[in-house]
Design a protein around this ligand. Structure first.
Ligand code: ADP
Ligand code: MG
Length: 264
């Protein structure tokens, strides 16, 4: 059963001991992400989104509970390169061309020059950067840099993509454009995605399910399925079904506007 899940978190907790006392970053987190599923984590700053993503990526370890990635430990999944990761900062190496940045994980893992070249061409095509393969990061816009980071994260065909506010530093137009691109890429590669954001429209547009979190202590308070039919595109952004879900997520985040309704 568990092998059919990309992520299975059971009663996961994380406490950071600090000089001022323990910080309970996460408590009692139960989360299952299916193979190929797109899940967003949304919640106010400090609710533990990045911490949860870092536990899944084996960049830190849980204090309590258990965590399985494709039925294995997070450590084994990391060793097996089961996931790719992308952050808010593209984190490209400025002295390497676009192609050489995308090829970095392939180089580290001993792919031949010919294999690297073929795969880089494929990835550049996937993220729409074929003509920019020989450019350098400082010659690219922020949105293009982020596309390079996504291509790099996908280099080894991971079955899971972990993204922490990857579009957080981009302007709204670029952001919407990349959201549409990411939805297409996720569908094409069939990778599961765990996507951290604090943008409600972004979470609604991209996700199969939106996981709503709240701080102090960080926990999951709601899980909202999106159940949109068909492709993620501009038509969806303007559809009534989309606004219904944006409202549902907003109310889950902020609480239903009962008090204001009573004031009237
Ligand atoms: P989010 O990504 O949702 O903004 P984080 O996961 O970064 O939240 O942080 C959750 C809580 O854990 C915050 O209160 C943060 O200050 C605390 N925290 C995160 N990492 C550490 C750490 N290494 N040491 C101490 N506290 C931490
Ligand atoms: Mg964060």
């Amino acid at each position: 059963m568990t092998a059919e899940l990309a992520v299975q978190a059971t009663a996961v907790g994380k406490t950071f001991p600090t000089k001022a006392g323990d910080v309970v970053a996460l408590t009692g987190v139960d989360l299952e992400v299916k193979v190929g599923e797109f899940v967003s984590l949304i919640g106010p700053s400090g609710c533990g989104k990045s911490t949860l993503l870092r536990l899944i990526a084996d960049l830190d370890t849980a204090s309590t509970g258990s965590l399985e990635i494709f039925g294995k430990s997070a450590q084994q999944a990391r060793i097996d390169q089961d996931y790719g990761i992308a952050f808010q900062q593209a984190g490209l190496l400025p002295w390497r061309s676009v192609g050489a940045n995308i090829a970095l994980p392939l180089e580290l893992h001993g792919f031949s020059a010919a294999d690297r070249k073929a795969r880089v061409a494929e990835l550049a095509e996937l993220v729409g950067l074929t003509e920019f393969i020989d450019r350098y990061p400082d010659q690219l816009s922020g949105g293009m840099q982020q596309r390079v980071a996504i291509a790099r994260a996908l280099a080894e065909r991971p079955r899971l993509l972990l993204m922490d506010e990857p579009f957080g530093a981009l302007d709204e137009m670029t952001r919407e454009y990349l959201q549409t691109e990411l939805a297409r890429i996720a569908a094409e590669t069939k990778a599961a995605v765990v996507f951290v954001t604090h943008s409600i429209p972004e979470a609604v547009f991209l996700s199969d399910r939106v996981i709503v979190m709240s701080p102090r202590p960080g926990r999951i308070t709601d899980v909202i399925p999106m159940s949109f039919k068909g492709k993620r595109g501009d038509a969806l952004r303007e559809s009534p079904a989309y606004f219904v879900k944006v409202t549902a997520v907003r109310e889950a985040l902020h609480g239903t506007p009962v008090e204001r309704a009573n004031e009237r």
